[in-house]
Design a binder for this molecule. Sequence first.
Ligand SMILES: NC(=O)c1ccc[n+]([C@@H]2O[C@H](COP(=O)([O-])OP(=O)(O)OC[C@H]3O[C@@H](n4cnc5c(N)ncnc54)[C@H](O)[C@@H]3O)[C@@H](O)[C@H]2O)c1
Length: 252
Amino acid sequence: MKILITGGLGKTAEPLISLLLQNHYAITVLDISKENPLSLNGRVQIIQGDICDSETVKKATENIDVIIHLAVNVTNPKNAALSFQTNVFGTYNLLFHAIQNHVKKVLVASSAPVHMSKNLLALKQSNPNADYFCSPDNDFTYDLTKNIQELIVQNFSRTYHMDSLVLRLGHIVDGKAQTDLNGSPLSELMYCRGGWVCRYDVARAFLKGIEADFCGFHLFHIIGSYQASECFDLTLPKEIIGFECREHFVNY
Ligand SMILES: NC(=O)c1ccc[n+]([C@@H]2O[C@H](COP(=O)([O-])OP(=O)(O)OC[C@H]3O[C@@H](n4cnc5c(N)ncnc54)[C@H](O)[C@@H]3O)[C@@H](O)[C@H]2O)c1
């Protein structure tokens, strides 16, 4: 089975690629970065290119069975035009070519509003029909584009009968090392406390998404912190793809 990972040179992709290689998947990475921080040469095919470029994506999606879509504008989040270009148009472009090239399944990393955990219960009570909440601060554009990205996946999936999963991830940390992704101890991390997910659980969730037999569009919250069940429905991943987080950050 051939897997295309967009944004495959980023932080989320690293343990995922290791896990997929252990499970003998053939991997192609499509990433705009000219660097190769993961030393992936020889073990995966790397296409240096932009998910917004039609020809690049057309070629990259040929003969692919499953796409894992991780590419995102985080390098310059204040550049709203680039965020809409990458996160919104890039997702449209990718799914357009996925349909043209008969890709069987698309798995997309989205973002759970874990940075709002203190206000989330109150927000949910006052907006019972709302499904997604954007931050009112610097993350507003990022959140908004991620929410639009989910809608794009949902509509492609329903219209063209494409099987797809949107995984709304909590704030990703390293549960084995008990650090954030920059190596600082979790004991010092207050950001999104109660809404963390271990990077190795994220990798396992995508693997389950590849291997599980499901139909249509599904959206899950993938958050490990034990406090998260107060605000998020965490039962669906187990029900539909047989996935549960292992790391629950019980000491934090
Ligand atoms: N890191 C977290 O805590 C977190 C939390 C929730 C959701 N997510 C989601 O996980 C996914 C991956 O995030 P990450 O933290 O690994 O980010 P990252 O910045 O480490 O990786 C993103 C990758 O996308 C690439 N990229 C950017 N623009 C591109 C383009 N136009 N074409 C091709 N490649 C492009 C970058 O070069 C980079 O390698 C994103 O969808 C993000 O929204 C991350």
